[in-house]
Design a binder for this molecule. Structure first.
Ligand code: ADP
Length: 757
């Protein structure tokens, strides 16, 4: 009977797992289309007999108990069977021993062993000599056709079609067990007037766990008539251990199960296992409205087809898995190469995460910052998720966490089930993670039965009894909070990626430190050049003026002594100012010139004064157009102008050397220029002259520097966000232009702050 053998307390949850607890193997009865005899070893005497022996053998079961087999069967047949047993190893899976005639009926004989019990099952046979040839032909064509199938549904479809032809049952469906215990119909062959079940999901428990376990061992279970009256089994010793009929072919199935099929209008059924790698992958299920016994040969043919289908399913499953796994690994490798480059950005990382694995959204949480890509929960939710994961203490050796039902383990995730029912996380370090999110799969499932009410419960004798559903309408239901499951290779790829991201982050940190170090070195180098170059000009002036002061003392009168001493003093102060700036820069480790409103006319006066003692300034005019007040660093502006004006005078053969400093009438940008009537520079050399230590041969004969003046000027100008260029040709003089960015928030300096030059 279909009772739960364990009493279930009335307040316990009675669901499909209750079915799983039902001990179907101890049914104590068989179906009536055969008889059962059990011999106990080593005496080989009958310990159990089905009560229908009187119908088939003409002897009541009680007369056979504790007797040898020869009491039940004719001596020759009993000897033949026992002889066969001696020669062959018998295990728990029933073996077909052949067909024997008994009392003018034919029986197929099966034997299997459970412990020290040899179980003989004699099934009424309906021999059909022509059937075997027909069956071979069918099986052969089916196997040949299977070779051409490329996909899993195609393989199943062929198997289902041939089994439909062989059994002539009304409906044959091939379905796959999904990870969550449900089954989904992937192929079917049916009587035309029946509705299609293709795509339908079966709730878990339509084949309960114990039945699945047995099915994967025996491959075929047939029930020619679900509306039978069970035949009880009589035992020689009622106190002996109950007879385990797990592998019996004739075992009476649970009454719940039979009522269930009655409700479905199913009178006979056959189920054939599809096994992949020793595990039940799915099944081919055959139903008929009429009682329709199947010959042993037909069942074997169906089983052979199921074996062929199973082998191919395994192969196709492996192939599909291998292809997808290879793709994921390739994607991960591409991303790893990208992020291994020194300049990798977090944006390219998060974008890459999304292309790496099939997911709806991805996030990188690095140094407390959250970078989201695609469809993700909001930043706050991601932060909460990080907090929750931190408590799970993922280690660096085992840094991944994945779930396809996040809200079932982390209830706040219900709020964002739509985007993140699935989470795959890799921990990179404290509070740092890579996340992939998968959206909720809205299973608009057509259930063959009500998944929320899988069984009804009868209460009798103070015990709960399972009763099958009384209706089998197709229902639509949506499972909530479930995403597509993460595959093992996806989790592995994520872990590999996590390791590479950690390495890349460490390398990037190292590269940043190196870069800073190099920048510091370069600045120090520039300081050294600037110091040696720019300090020369005022120093030369001091030297020349002190020299002419000495000449004065010797009587050669020129400029007034006071004025010369004042100039020496000013030049020395300017040098001091330059040195102070350099000192400040070197202390701060970078050039951060302070900007202030500066009158360019004053700067130019200082330039004139700096150059005045120099021989190159003799017979030279330094002119200026109307110059404005601008925002700049005055010391640096003076450096720029001293260098440019010096060059204008230095590279100049003209009798009357002229240098003009002016400002372009340009509203958007402040552009200054320094124009000379010197030797000019041929256009192909324009780009070279700003390179450090680059001097042009044309300038060799002139009082020369080291080729660093323009390099310094360029660096200062670009350091302020400006640019410098030259317009010149040989013999026509040169004009150097440079821009000085002005703070946009300040009023335009050129229009209202112009003073006369
Ligand atoms: P230096 O410090 O040697 O003068 P610069 O970097 O200032 O070097 O200039 C680089 C080269 O550019 C000079 O050697 C010279 O040939 C050329 N040059 C610079 N300014 C001018 C100019 N106004 N007219 C012609 N040639 C110039």
């Amino acid at each position: 009977m279909a009772n739960i053998t364990e009493p279930v307390s009335s307040n316990s949850t009675t669901d499909l797992t209750s079915c799983d607890r039902e001990q179907v193997q101890f049914s104590g009865a068989i179906q009536p289309h055969g008889l059962l005899l059990v011999l106990e070893e080593p005496q080989l005497i009958v310990s159990h007999a089905s009560s229908n022996t009187v119908d088939f053998l003409g002897q009541p079961a009680a007369d056979l108990l504790n007797k040898p087999l020869s009491r039940a069967l004719p001596l020759s047949q009993a000897d033949a069977l026992l002889g066969w047993l001696k020669e062959n190893e018998i295990a728990c899976v029933p073996v077909h021993l052949g067909a024997i005639p008994l009392h003018s009926r034919n029986f197929e004989v099966f034997a299997h062993r459970m412990g020290n019990r040899l179980i003989f099952e004699l099934e009424l046979a309906t021999p059909d000599p022509s059937a075997a040839t027909l069956l071979y032909g069918k099986v052969r064509s089916c196997l040949a056709e299977l070779h051409s199938a490329r996909t899993i549904p195609a393989v199943l479809d062929i198997g289902v079609r041939y089994i439909h032809q062989l059994t002539e049952y009304d409906r044959v469906v091939g379905y796959k067990f999904l990870g969550d215990g449900t089954g989904q119909v992937l192929a079917e062959a049916r009587r035309e007037d029946l509705p299609s079940l293709l795509g339908v999901h079966y709730p878990p428990g339509d084949i309960p766990a114990p039945a699945r376990r047995i099915l994967s061992l025996v491959w075929v279970r047939s029930q020619p008539d679900t509306q039978y009256i069970p035949v009880p089994i009589e035992a020689a010793n009622p106190d002996a251990a109950p007879l385990d009929l797990s592998y019996s072919m004739l075992r009476s199935t649970s009454a719940m199960c039979n009522r269930f099929y009655k409700n479905l209008g199913v009178r006979s059924k056959l189920i054939v296992a599809l096994v992949n790698n020793g595990e039940l992958w799915g099944a081919i299920n055959c139903h008929s409205e009429l009682a329709r016994p199947l010959t042993y040969e037909t069942r074997v043919a169906c089983e052979t087809i199921a074996h062929g289908v199973s082998v191919l399913l395994g192969e196709k499953d492996k192939l599909a898995d291998a292809e997808q796994s290879a793709q994921v690994q390739k994607n991960a490798q591409t991303l790893i190469e990208k992020i291994s480059k020194p300049q990798f950005s977090v944006e390219s990382l998060t974008q890459g995460l999304l292309t790496c694995l099939p997911a709806g959204g991805a996030a990188a949480i690095l140094d407390g910052r959250i970078h989201l890509q695609g469809k993700c929960p909001d930043e706050n939710s991601v932060r909460t998720l990080v907090g929750w994961l931190e408590k799970r203490a993922l280690s660096l050796s085992n840094p991944t966490y994945s779930t396809h039902s996040l809200s079932s383990v982390f209830p706040p995730a219900k709020a964002f089930n739509d985007v993140a029912s699935g989470l795959l996380a890799v921990r990179l370090g404290e509070g740092s993670y890579l996340f992939w999110f998968r959206p909720e799969v809205v299973y608009e499932v057509t259930w063959a039965g009500d998944p929320t009410k899988p069984v009804e419960v009868d209460e009798k004798d103070g015990k709960l009894r399972l009763a099958p559903r009384t209706s089998f309408d197709l229902r639509r239901s949506s499972l909530s909070g479930l995403s597509e499951a993460w595959r093992t290779y996806e989790v592995d790829a994520a872990a590999t990626l996590g390791r590479s991201v950690r390495a890349a982050l460490e390398t990037a940190e190292l590269a940043r430190s190196m870069q800073k170090l190099q920048e510091k070195n370069a600045e120090l180098e520039t300081f050294a050049h600037t110091a040696s170059h720019d300090l020369q000009t005022p120093l030369r002036g001091i030297s020349l003026y002190s020299h002419s002061r000495a000449a004065d003392i010797l009587g050669d009168k020129g400029e007034t002594e006071e004025s010369r001493l004042q100039t020496i003093h000013r030049l020395a102060s300017r040098m001091d100012e330059l040195l102070q700036t350099l000192l400040r820069c070197s202390r701060e480790g970078r050039v951060t010139p302070e900007q202030r409103w500066t009158d360019l006319n004053e700067i130019l006066d200082q330039v004139r004064e700096t150059l005045k003692p120099q021989p190159i300034a003799l017979h030279a005019t330094i002119r200026n157009s109307r110059l404005p007040q601008i925002l700049c660093n005055p010391v640096q502006m003076q450096q720029i102008l001293v260098n440019l004006v010096t060059n204008g005078l230095k590279y100049n053969y003209s009798e009357a050397k002229e240098v003009e400093v002016g400002v372009l009438d340009n509203v958007c940008e402040l552009t200054l220029y320094v124009r000379d009537n010197g030797i000019g520079i041929s256009p192909e050399k324009h780009s070279q002259i700003f390179t450090i230590f680059r001097r042009l041969p044309e300038g060799e004969e002139h009082a020369g520097g080291e080729g660093i003046g323009l390099a310094i000027v360029k660096k200062i100008i670009e350091g302020q966000g400006g640019k410098i260029w030259v317009e010149s040709a040989v013999g026509t003089g040169s004009t150097f232009f440079f821009t000085v960015p002005q703070d946009a928030s300040t009023p335009n300096t050129q229009s209202d702050r112009v003073s006369a030059g």
